[in-house]
Design a protein around this ligand. Structure first.
Ligand SMILES: [Zn+2]
Length: 457
């Protein structure tokens, strides 16, 4: 709900009514709204009341109408919605750089799964997630979608960070770091959901089946049924590698997307990460069932999983967002880099420079990403009434001038390190590059302490 704001007539505003708001950001060189028209406003302004956007428009229109309890002259800056990272495993920042240069099956079975079994614990998940929150926020990500173990600890870290997130408890038909007995995984899922913190709606619970090759049909079915019953997001890695397609075909006689469809798993409440090895029939089915897809270009390139058919998925009408995947397969959480890679990889793959234009890619990282999480009504674009999740980049820098087209620059020239301000739910979390709510130095120190000690022991 919008807080009622006092209205007065300010003589300096020529007697027009002036509404008091919490924040008035004005004089921004550009406000890129990421609305359906990808509207960019020169000399733009944004008014924030409580946790929502009260107005978005030209400075000359908004400044006489709103008085900010706090106001900020953002000349030399570009304002845009906070980016949405639709797939990550935040606590895996503790594993940044382990198992580099291996294919997915060896990376998982020889490095990641053994490391997780031996060292993942609540404290590691808390600090690993906290560090990822710091890294993402500092690079302009205000919302992320997570899947991991001890997800209650991730929830505490996200709550402490002030960010917005969907947090999925990981489920496999194998012993996991937080649940030794797969046969009773349902009780683990239910205990996670029961303990989920009530709050201001910034954090939503989810369940995350690792993949069709680590979760059998019964597991996939009960997890999806529970998600449907509770109206929460069902996440799954899907068709990530050619090996997965061969394996699922051998065991179930169908390709992975068709396998999940036969189990009744595909609908708007399902988010499929990767979708690399998807053919035309599967792309059409994903579109028809309204399944969201998270495109993880850097992870797919690093693990040499393949090139997802992004242009074909978009042509088929699939809702696609961008994801970084976890830090062990990327090895960072900068969505500006993902945008640049996404645009360029698909151009060179199709030998067509007109594929994946900047406006399309920027939409994937913002409004479309929000839609894959079922959050499009509240975040992903700067429009009156939406949640105040926004960032401001310093654009007075050598690599960003001149700026003829702000949308193009955001995809091909901007870097995460250009982000100087971030608000989530109307709360300022990053101010001139400094974190206001979280101790970034402590997160760095604690991950060094917890992760390095555990990996050496
Ligand atoms: Zn993943």
């Amino acid at each position: 709900m919008l807080e009622p704001s006092p209205v007065s007539c300010d003589p300096e505003a020529g007697g027009r009514p002036v509404e008091e708001v919490d924040w008035l950001l004005y004089n921004a060189d550009w406000v890129v709204t990421c609305d359906s028209e990808m509207t960019a406003i020169a000399k733009g302004a944004v008014a924030i009341g409580s946790d929502r956007l009260v107005a978005v428009g030209a400075t000359e229109d908004l400044k006489p109408r709103y008085r900010g309890r706090r106001s900020l002259d953002l000349a030399g800056h570009l304002i845009m919605p906070g980016l949405v990272n639709t797939h990550t495993h935040a606590a895996m920042s503790c594993f940044r750089g382990i198992g580099d240069d291996l294919p997915l099956d060896r990376w998982l079975n020889e490095v990641v799964f053994p490391a997780e079994r031996s060292v993942v614990a609540p404290e590691m998940v808390y600090w690993g997630t906290q560090l990822s929150c710091v890294e993402m926020l500092g690079n302009g990500v205000t919302t992320f979608c997570d899947g991991y173990f001890f997800e209650e600890s991730a929830a505490r870290a996200v709550r402490d960070s002030g960010m917005r997130a969907v947090l999925g408890q990981g489920i496999l038909d194998y012993p996991t770091p937080d649940h030794a007995e797969p046969a009773t995984a349902r009780s683990r899922a239910e205990s996670f959901l029961a303990s989920f913190p009530e709050g201001d709606g910034r954090i939503r619970p989810s369940l995350f089946c690792h993949a069709p090759y680590t979760c059998g049909p019964d597991t996939l079915r009960w997890v999806k049924d529970l998600c449907r019953e509770l109206g929460i997001l069902f996440q799954v890695h899907l068709s990530e590698t050619e090996w997965e397609v061969r394996t699922i075909e051998e065991v179930y006689g169908r390709r992975p997307v068709l396998h999940l469809d036969a189990l009744g798993l595909l609908d708007q409440g399902t988010l499929a990460a990767h979708a690399v090895w998807v053919n035309g029939e599967e792309a059409r089915l994903l579109a028809e069932r309204k399944v969201g897809v998270s495109h993880n270009v850097a992870s797919n390139m690093k693990l040499a999983s393949g090139v997802a058919p992004l242009p074909a998925l978009l042509e088929a009408g699939v809702t696609v967002g961008l994801g970084t995947d976890g830090c062990a397969s990327n090895n960072g959480l900068d969505l500006f880099r993902e945008m640049d890679l996404t645009a360029k990889l698909h151009k060179v793959t199709r030998l067509d420079p007109m594929v994946c234009p900047a406006g399309t890619v920027l939409k994937l990282a913002t409004a479309a990403g929000a839609a894959t999480l079922g959050w499009e009504g509240e975040i992903g674009s700067l429009e009156t009434g939406k949640k105040a999740d926004l960032i401001a980049l310093d654009i007075n820098q050598p690599h960003l001038v001149p700026m003829y087209d702000p949308v193009s620059h955001l995809v091909y020239a901007a870097r995460g390190s250009d982000v100087r301000y971030a608000w989530v739910n109307g709360r300022l979390l990053l101010e001139r590059g400094n974190f206001t709510g979280v101790d970034a130095a402590r997160a760095v120190a604690e991950v060094n302490r917890v992760a390095l000690k555990a990996m050496k022991s």
